[in-house]
Design a protein around this ligand. Structure first.
Ligand SMILES: NC(=O)c1ccc[n+]([C@@H]2O[C@H](COP(=O)([O-])OP(=O)(O)OC[C@H]3O[C@@H](n4cnc5c(N)ncnc54)[C@H](O)[C@@H]3O)[C@@H](O)[C@H]2O)c1
Length: 315
């Protein structure tokens, strides 16, 4: 078996709209040599492979095929996007029972042929399923949930829009659950090192608590708003998954708000949820002890408690 990261092979299990959006974004970055698409709906995986392959004349050379778990033998990363998505009015946690069964089936199959790949979970509810996958794999560091990367990206985009600055210049994190109990870290939010209380954007906008509250609420409700309008969200998470997989394939040591199994951080004894985390070739390198105000730390612990209750409901 190849060492973790020696192959630039990536697997995707579940090639619905999220899996396919990730595949499409990945092929445009030229990061992988070989992409294996797996889905219980084999026709869907074959159709996506055909469609993506027909774009190779315009992209970097790589191999893209519909396959089976046996084809994942030396994959460096396997991204799990299999399972049901939210219907209008459902929360992510409403998907738990159905998608826990999917993850319980998929992860042991991946493990059978490959015990070194980093497994990236995107299926919701992503935190509880990341904990489940880490338990099945028997490794905390080799399982990463996409967690609040998307919420953090939405937050930075909306803050950037408000102040008239590039979202890449906004340093602000959403931590905790990828879901209703997520927590914005206002106490460390900054643009160019200037805390938001003192920052004035090029558009003249300065500190405005009501506007900031509205930005976080829009972040938290974004998935519901997108699902109400077009049934599912997939492009932004597809790009977010590329950011995680790039960190793994290129051993980038990138800071991302991914979900990992935490033990003894901020009073969380054993649950997976997001904190800023350094990600590299072997998965989780370090979870940052990010500064939080007392109120933020309380909200983070409440988020962990809520997730732990849901985790216990499936064990
Ligand atoms: N983490 C995030 O930020 C984020 C964002 C958006 C969506 N999601 C989640 O991603 C998941 C997929 O969403 P989608 O919109 O692509 O759904 P989708 O219905 O379009 O696709 C799901 C795919 O999974 C396949 N599948 C189901 N069970 C399988 C199994 N046991 N093995 C292999 N394949 C299987 C289905 O055949 C289907 O092709 C959902 O749980 C959704 O909530 C996560």
């Amino acid at each position: 078996m190849a060492e973790a990261g020696t192959a630039r092979r990536v697997g995707i299990v579940g090639v619905g709209v999220v899996g396919a959006s990730f595949a499409y974004a990945l092929m445009q970055r030229g990061l992988a040599d070989d992409l294996v698409l797996i889905d219980t709906d084999t026709a869907r995986a074959e159709g996506e492979a055909m469609d993506l392959n027909h774009g190779l004349a315009f992209a970097s050379p790589m191999r893209i095929r519909a396959g089976t778990y046996a084809d994942l033998s030396d994959a460096a990363a396997v991204v799990v996007c299999a399972g049901r998505n939210q219907r209008v009015g459902e929360s992510r946690l409403d998907l738990l029972r159905h998608n826990a069964a999917v993850v319980s089936e998929v992860v042991p199959h991946v493990q059978l042929g490959n015990r070194s790949a980093v497994i990236v979970i995107a299926t919701n509810p992503v935190d509880v399923l990341t904990h489940l996958a880490a338990t099945l794999v028997g490794s905390d560091g080799r399982v990463i949930g996409s967690g609040t990367i998307l919420d953090t990206a939405r937050f930075r985009y909306l803050l950037g829009e408000h102040y008239g600055v590039d979202p890449r210049s906004v340093h602000a994190y959403v931590v905790g659950e990828h879901g209703d109990s997520e927590v914005p870290l206002w106490s460390s939010a900054a643009v160019g090192g200037v805390k938001l209380e003192r920052f004035v954007g090029p558009n003249g906008r300065g500190y405005d608590q009501a506007a900031l509250d509205g930005i976080f609420e829009a972040t938290r409700m974004a998935a519901y708003e997108i699902i109400r309008r077009k049934r599912a969200s997939y492009y932004a998470i597809g790009l977010g998954l590329v950011a995680i997989v790039a960190a793994i394939l290129r051993d980038q040591h990138t800071l991302l708000t991914v979900s990992t199994r935490l033990r003894g951080v901020y009073g969380v004894e054993d649950m997976a949820l997001s904190l800023p985390t350094i990600v590299g070739r072997r998965g989780v390198e370090r979870v940052l002890d990010v500064p939080m105000s007392p109120a933020e730390a309380d909200a983070f612990r409440r988020s962990a408690d809520l997730l732990s209750e849901h985790r216990r409901s499936i064990t």
